[in-house]
Design a protein around this ligand. Structure first.
Ligand code: GTP
Ligand code: MG
Length: 461
């Protein structure tokens, strides 16, 4: 198959990480993959790779053009279409040193393969019909996923969960279009009257499904990009102790002297499986100390820009004016209110905390008691409690754009239906929605979009 002039040639790249490892893999894919590999690889058995069936491997050595032995290697042969790309492919598993891999790659290039571009292997898999565009994008997500939830979501995408969900929504809408088309083509025949309720129900269902996917997109983003989180509270509340608990090491200085933390101390931690970009800040209070004042001002700026505030209150002290001011300042920000030092007798009346409507968690930052409840509260506040990867997750801005376009067209269709406009107007909007969904999965997509998708991949994938 020839696609855009790039598909016919045989390409290669190092497919493992650009870091030392036990094993490093060089992937070769294309019509000449096996003969290129034969030029650099000599099996111990003497049987060339050309004689090897798909899914078999040979042990041997890799040589450069001058005949110098570069490394021991296991060569695995894949025969089209039964490979990741759908083409003939060979994977050379060598020792994982970066120098070794570079020299083997140079030998493979000298043997006639071209260097693979970013995402080239996955692009070929897409163009050969091995996966749709949404699945290809989830491959990329899987490669970059660092947390369990993110990996689960990406894996579900690779299993086609998103594509299946989109296909279901589309099928419902296509059904409506068919219904309307029959009516338009044969108005006088026996086609039953267009049933406005039927259309309305289908449109509402489609809207609801797309809205749910779009909600999950922002949640997915939390897992992918992390959350700007500020630990705030008055001096001595135990902010730095909490920071150290979450970081699993002593990042911030803890003392019994109020006003210990002055600079902003940052650390990214994984909490409730979500990457939190934590900032421990100076205790909030009016002060004459010039250095502390600068720290308090910095803390306030951080709070204003935060996506999540962990507001720490000293449970062994009554609430003071600084606490109440903090409550007002974070009224509009997602936040968890932490009543700390629950190992000491409680002196804090939590009523004003509960009145804020925000979740309240009782904790001992020094012992870690109550951390589970904090985890649940953080997930809740960020809307991450109900993410079900198996129900399909949008991964990329591109997918979000298409889903949003489809939703907007459905709203148009609904408005046309409610306004009693001609059914042609409804049909046009419904068809546009279907078309947006076809673009989402890549079944109807321009070269420019395909280029955009794969340019974001790393070389070797
Ligand atoms: N008993 C008890 N003491 C705690 C707890 N958390 C913190 N402390 C103590 O409270 C004091 C202040 O803790 P820090 O973590 O430094 O408080 P902070 O909010 O960072 O204070 P500043 O940096 O001054 O704003 C220290 O003596 C801690 O050991 C807790 O859960 N229980
Ligand atoms: Mg501190």
């Amino acid at each position: 198959m020839l696609f855009g002039g790039t598909m016919a040639n045989t390409v290669c790249a190092i497919s493992t990480a650009n870091a030392p490892g036990g094993i490093g893999v060089i992937r070769i894919s294309g019509p000449e993959a096996v003969s290129v590999a034969d030029r650099v690889f000599e099996p111990i058995s003497g049987e060339s790779l050309s004689e090897a069936a798909g899914y078999t491997c040979r042990f041997g050595h890799v040589y450069d053009k001058a005949g110098a032995r570069l490394d021991q290697c296991i060569a695995t042969v894949f025969r089209a279409p039964k490979s990741f790309t759908g083409e003939d492919a060979v994977e050379l598993s060598c020792h994982g040193g970066l120098y070794v891999l570079q020299t083997v790659l140079a030998a493979v290039l000298a043997a006639g393969a071209a260097p693979a571009g970013p995402g080239e292997f996955t692009r070929r898999a897409f163009l050969n019909g091995k996966m749709d565009l949404a699945e290809a994008e989830s491959v990329m997500e899987l490669v970059s996923a660092s947390g369990r939830e993110a990996a689960n979501a990406a894996r579900a995408g690779q299993d086609g969960a998103l594509s299946r969900r989109i296909a279901e929504i589309r099928a419902q809408l296509t059904d409506c279009c068919a219904h309307l088309a029959a009516w338009a083509d044969y108005p006088d025949d026996d086609v039953p009257q267009v049933d406005a309720d039927f259309l309305q129900t289908r449109i509402t269902e489609g809207k609801r499904a797309l809205a749910a996917l779009l909600r999950n997109f922002s949640v997915g983003k939390i897992y992918r990009e992390g959350v700007r989180t500020v630990i705030a509270g008055r001096p001595n509340a135990g902010k730095s102790t909490l920071m150290n608990l979450l970081a699993g090491e002593d990042r911030s200085i803890v003392t019994e002297i109020p006003g210990t933390t002055r600079d902003v101390v940052e650390e990214t931690v994984r909490f409730a499986d979500i990457p939190l970009r934590l900032a421990d800040t100076a205790g909030l209070r009016e002060t004459d100390d010039a250095v502390e004042r600068v720290g308090v001002a910095a803390a306030k700026r951080r709070i204003e820009a935060a996506q999540l505030v962990l507001a720490v209150f000293d449970g062994a002290q009554p609430l003071g004016p600084d606490d109440l001011r903090l409550l007002r300042e974070i009224a509009e920000t997602p936040a968890v209110l932490i009543v700390n030092k629950n190992d000491l007798p409680e002196a804090l009346d939590p009523a004003p905390l509960y009145d804020s409507g925000k979740p309240v968690v009782s904790l001992s930052a020094s012992s870690g008691a109550g951390l589970d409840a904090l985890e649940r509260a953080v997930k809740d506040v960020l809307g991450a409690s109900h993410l079900d990867p198996a129900a399909g997750v949008l991964y990329t801005e591109r997918q979000r754009r298409d889903a949003e376009a489809a939703l907007a067209f459905l709203e148009e269709a609904e408005a046309a239906l409610c306004a009693g406009l001609t059914l042609d107007a409804v049909t046009v909007s419904l068809e546009a929605a279907v078309s947006s969904l076809l673009e989402l999965t890549g079944e109807r997509v321009t070269d420019a979009v395909v280029d955009e998708v794969f340019s974001k991949f790393c070389v070797g994938k």
